[in-house]
Design a protein around this ligand. Structure first.
Ligand SMILES: [Zn+2]
Length: 200
């Protein structure tokens, strides 16, 4: 079996109104206002928890998270803390970048085309994969080369997984994202935790 390098070309584009989203570069850099961004980082953290349960590759697992305190710079602590599923999970910069891209796609799709139906997961995935392209967002480095000619590329697997868990969690948090109900002190505290990441 052989696979095209990069692997982005293997999906057909059955979505008639998608090309505009793929080629629209207005998203660079993807930044939302502070509150939305905090919510996205918070949801990224929830998503990482789910993603870690589905990933067996330690390199990929490590790429999804970052240390809360940069005080612990020793990489050997990194995997150790990954094993501790009860601890605070801080999503890596790459994870948040992919989540921001997915959120952008969802918002553009719902506002630009006057859709009568919400955008589907496969469509979001397709566009995010197109837009991220071969950029090493998860900082996998050599690991991409290691896995590129295998059955799948771990880079693509990670992209797919992160977008997929985000999409599902987002459905349940859509009210919080769109209205950002900050009356809840509990939510406020959780948002404050994610500010740790932004100081990174
Ligand atoms: Zn991997």
């Amino acid at each position: 079996m052989s696979f095209a390098a990069g692997g982005e070309e293997d999906l057909p584009s059955p979505f008639a109104d998608i090309p505009a989203l793929v080629h629209d570069h207005s998203y660079l850099p993807i930044r939302f206002d502070g509150l939305v961004d905090n919510a996205l980082v918070y949801i990224s953290g929830l998503g990482v928890r789910r993603a870690l349960k589905k990933l067996s590759c330690d390199v990929c697992r490590a790429s999804l998270v970052t240390e809360a305190a940069s005080a612990i710079k020793d990489q050997s602590y990194h995997l150790l803390s990954l094993r501790n599923n009860g601890g605070l999970v801080i999503p890596s910069e790459g994870t948040v970048k992919v989540v921001r891209a997915a959120e952008w796609v969802i918002r553009q799709a719902s506002s630009s085309f006057g859709r009568s139906r919400p955008i589907k997961l496969l469509e979001v995935m397709y566009i995010v994969r197109k837009r991220i392209g071969s950029e090493d967002v998860f900082v996998l480095g050599e690991h991409i080369v290691d896995t590129q000619y295998g059955i799948d590329s771990h880079h693509q697997t990670l992209l797919t997984l992160v977008v997929s868990v985000f999409f599902k969690i987002r459905l349940h948090h859509i009210a919080k994202i769109t209205t950002l109900n900050l009356q809840s002190n509990n939510m406020r505290q959780q948002l404050n935790k994610t500010v740790l990441f932004k100081g990174h």
